[in-house]
Design a protein around this ligand. Sequence first.
Ligand SMILES: NC(=O)c1ccc[n+]([C@@H]2O[C@H](COP(=O)([O-])OP(=O)(O)OC[C@H]3O[C@@H](n4cnc5c(N)ncnc54)[C@H](OP(=O)(O)O)[C@@H]3O)[C@@H](O)[C@H]2O)c1
Length: 213
Amino acid sequence: MNILLLGATGRVGRYVIEDALAANHHVIAVARNPTKIAVTSPNLTIVEGDLYKLEALIHALPHSIDVVINVVGGDVFKPSTVVADSVQAALTIMKALNVSRYLGITGVAEMQAQGIGGAITMALLRRSPIRHAVHDHDHAFALVKASAVNWTLAGCPYIRDSRRDGEHTSKYTLKPDYFPGGFRVISPQQVADFLVKEVDAQRFPQRIVGIWN
Ligand SMILES: NC(=O)c1ccc[n+]([C@@H]2O[C@H](COP(=O)([O-])OP(=O)(O)OC[C@H]3O[C@@H](n4cnc5c(N)ncnc54)[C@H](OP(=O)(O)O)[C@@H]3O)[C@@H](O)[C@H]2O)c1
């Protein structure tokens, strides 16, 4: 598959590159600063671009993309619209290049709460220091849901860097649609593992899939 990757230089993005190349996909990685991508491969094309300079970016992209993976993010402690803006940009790119499959990330707050535990966690998240990121992801999810694309989102709790590199990379819990609450973690490697596997597996169309250890 030809994968267009937005957010390629981020914590999750760099593992998406590694995993997608290992799975013999071709990756078209968008980066504002291409020198941040250390990997080289005949199956990796790096396109210098900014989501806020969309016309130039679309112009620089090949017309053979099968799926978009969007893992763009910003500073979670400050008001921002970067995630919603990245979804809008991805949808515009997909329309221009006739791509129908979209994989991305959201938070657990966009899932349905399961029981009192889920409801309490969601209410706390919306009042927490990361409330700005929750708000941005709410807006991003509304855009994805209202679109006509074939989407799947990883519903991530706290994305914590692995304590041991490669720790249980392909072992994690997947729970579509419902978040049971509590403090849960997942590593960037595991989120990337799920997203790249979904390129082929397509197990969860039009669903947020909770992912945690
Ligand atoms: N951290 C958590 O606990 C958590 C929990 C749930 C969901 N999430 C979500 O998971 C996603 C990925 O998280 P992460 O930690 O991997 O993010 P990250 O490390 O902050 O990476 C963000 C990526 O977005 C890129 N980006 C930002 N603005 C851009 C622009 N205008 N044009 C092009 N690229 C742009 C960054 O590029 P540069 O390198 O050029 O800055 C970087 O590659 C985010 O949406 C985040 O909100 C995170």
